[in-house]
Design a protein around this ligand. Sequence first.
Ligand code: FUL
Length: 518
Amino acid sequence: MKTIVGNLCAGCVILSLLFVGCGRQQSGNNTDGQKEIYITSCLFPENASADEKARLAAHVVPSERQLEWQKMEFTCFICYGVNTFTDVEWGTGKEDPSVFNPTELDARQWARTAKEAGMKMILLTCKHHDGFCLWPSAYTDFSVASTPWKEGKGDLVRDVADACKEYGLKFAVYLSPWDMNHPDYGTEKYNYYFVNQLTELLTQYGRVDEVWFDGACGEGPNGKKQEYDFMRYYTEIRRLQPQAVIAVMGPDVRWVGTESGYGRDTEWSVLPAAASSLASIAESSQQEAGSGTFLPEGNKMAQDLGSRSLLTDAKGAIWYPSEVDVSIRPGWYYHASEDSSVKTPQKLIDIYYSSVGKNSLLLLNLPPDKRGLIHENDISSLMNMQRILGKTFEKNLLENAVLSSGKTTELTDNDLETYWQGSGEANTLEISFKDEQIFDRLLLQENITEGQRIEHFALECLTSDGWQTVAEGTTVGYKRILRFAPVRCNKARIIINGARDVPQLSEIGFYKASEEEI
Ligand code: FUL
């Protein structure tokens, strides 16, 4: 990761305490081909014009941890706990812990499933809103230690962390700030309890790559709501696991704003700095999620978070990328009644295009059942999704083409830092296929290690009627995949007709979708 910022860095500072401990305040001169980049944030000079603000925003880049996170693309969420056994989505904190009694629990089956599906990490609900802990915390009895499972000797966090290691997956922890069980909830003492639990999770199980703080927040057993000391939580995470991103109620990863699986068509990873304020994060983070059921499909989320006009009114810009969380079933927890409503492979594929294909990371929930296993129906859908997508993306037709820029290898090498760069004036890349090709998917990736820049692009193909626009899109970012009706041609061109600065394309792919996608 580069750490150089350019000569405008006088105006660039760490924008808020959210970034405490990141060591991201860099300085340097833009000489000798050094790159003008602002790692995670940039404060605009007072008199900057709208165009200059957009240009500066186009040089804000992810931190190393954010970049590593983004590259995972597809990760696994495991919601498991007393809810699995009481058959509800939200518990009460008053459950008898003895209800937690899986008969065949096998965390290795979870990890094996995630691995085979192409997922790169498992995020485990170590503690959900009910307060029940999947590890034997020294700070509460409301945990696996008070259950019949393994006669109270079990530690599910350890089982999952170990299984992740065995299968080469990253491991992440979900620790619900809301706790319906703890008597101190709603008082300052709870912040100590929470930090103690966080410390257990971040010191006893090896490397952790993401910490997920849910925005859902309600009353505790004493009827009080908690004022969370998020700054303290962040400081501890940075100290104990500096590589871990902090998601949702945190500074590194943004909740997309829906639990449907469908992200925005225009998804900027660079947002006006105000988006990083805790109040604004909270506002869009299910604070008032209410009933505890998942939010209905199509629930409202703001469509414009990062346009030029929003930047014009901003004091600075931050790198704050989007994560799409969705469950393979209607609910987040396992319910036998939902065994026949597991999302189909085709639905999961549609979700993939609408999340990973729209500059977001996909966090797909696979809730294990009462046995402690991921259900056969879920595995079948997931593996079919993976198999079909594998077929679609098996062969990049660009490998059999000549580009107007000369090289194709840098655009098919899976390396963000080798790229084709527009000239600023003419941002068109022409592709001549060796033979006529049929394709219906276009995959683009920007070199986000130098910033997200593209605002609009089009794909044109040379047909017997001349150049025809086949597909158009707005943002690209880390990854964008467009779907369109199959086109047959031997010449195509990608025209970038809106960009905040010189565009850099790292990867380009032309594919023909497997028939099984639809
Ligand atoms: C929501 C929670 O209320 C759900 O129970 C679930 O954990 C989901 C991932 O986030 O805010």
